[in-house]
Design a protein around this ligand. Structure first.
Ligand code: MG
Length: 356
């Protein structure tokens, strides 16, 4: 979530207040994809920084320039551990920012990298991280064009933190925004959910599972370009990072003032991830992904877009999982196979800290 982007003020439950008094401090629960983080961003950062509080939040800011529309975004990476099955902090730092640009329809043009190092961090590990950043930027066809390095005292950071920012041109005719989501839109996910969170948590918890459970960590730029080529009128895209599918849908439903109805049986979760989530006490709908997106598309275009996704390696298991409705603005409803249903809500706090 980009705090510099304007957003409409939202009604929030008083059950999870943002710190209002000077003696209150930031807690880990503020750091996630939940309701507390959203309040912190909207009631503090956006209130101070936003030029247009009525506009909705999105993954990148889109700026009008004489040369066209420029997408601009930034993200900071504090993942622990820095190396995990299927990825590392270097690849994550590139893909995370590239994917936020892609959610505005932009291909990455140039990236910055700011690195905070703790005294004592091994140079050999730093070399691996830098090589990883370089490999990922080459893969997505971008370059790191500027950067910064700071070293802090031992104990004042945890090894390495990385911030990246990125810019890219938004193709003319492309307008991806929660405000374009309409009742009747089909809701599509690009693949099975929960792999990144489970990969990181299993290392952290010292768990070994039968068969590999690598992160889904990947660039979505190529996939988005192919989808937009199939239909430039796609309404909205969101990558399913911290807070997972559930948080992304709750935020979009609130911003677009629509309801979303999901078919639980259609949501792809692999059996190993489902099993690991049960063991770890996690709900895969809220678990972070680093290479998955949700798309809101006009119903009549859904099959055509799905067809393009099926032939793209970055969309391993695309599926229509629900539709946008008029029942209850901001309400996300999950319908089970046996006909029961439950409301999906933003978590009040953090489910998995330091996941990205
Ligand atoms: Mg994002």
């Amino acid at each position: 979530m980009n705090p510099t982007e304007p957003s409409a003020a939202k009604p929030f439950s008083l059950a999870c207040p943002v710190p209002r008094q000077d003696h209150e401090t930031i807690q880990m629960a503020h750091g996630g994809g939940g309701r507390l983080m959203r309040r912190l961003i909207e009631e503090l950062f956006r209130k101070e920084f936003s030029a247009d509080p009525a506009a909705p939040a999105h993954d990148s800011a889109v700026l009008d320039t004489p040369g066209g529309r420029l997408a601009f975004t930034t993200d900071t990476f504090v993942v622990h551990p820095i190396e995990f099955p299927g990825g590392d902090i270097g690849h994550l730092a590139v893909y995370g920012t590239v994917n936020d640009l892609a959610m505005a329809g932009a291909a990455p043009l140039a990236l910055s990298a700011g690195v905070i190092l703790e005294e004592g961090f091994p140079i050999e590990t730093l070399r691996r991280v830098v090589a990883s950043i370089r490999a990922a930027t080459e893969e997505v066809g971008a370059r790191i064009v500027t950067g910064d390095t700071k070293v802090v005292d031992r104990g004042k950071a945890d090894g390495i933190f990385i911030n990246t920012a990125g810019v890219g041109w938004v193709p003319s005719g492309v307008e991806l925004s929660p405000t374009r989501v309409r009742p009747g839109d089909a809701v599509i996910v690009s693949g099975d959910l929960g792999r990144h969170g489970v990969a990181v948590m299993s290392v952290r918890e010292g768990l070994r599972f039968e068969g590999a459970l690598p992160s889904d960590c990947a660039s979505l730029a190529g996939l988005v370009a192919a989808m937009l080529q199939a239909d430039p009128d796609i309404h909205c895209l969101r990558d399913l990072t911290r807070g997972g599918l559930a948080s992304a849908l709750c935020e979009i439903a609130e911003d677009a003032r629509v309801g979303i109805r999901l078919d639980e049986a259609a949501i792809p979760v692999s059996p190993p991830v489902a099993g690991a989530c049960e063991l770890l006490g996690l709900d895969p709908l809220y678990v972070a992904n680093e290479g998955r997106l949700v798309a809101f598309v006009p119903a009549e275009a859904a099959e055509r877009i799905l067809e393009v996704m099926r032939s793209h390696p970055a969309a391993p298991q695309p599926a229509i999982i629900g539709q946008v409705t008029t029942d209850g603005a901001g309400v996300v409803e999950l319908r089970g196979a046996l006909g029961g249903s439950r409301v999906v809500d933003l978590l009040s706090g953090e489910q998995m800290p330091r996941i990205c």
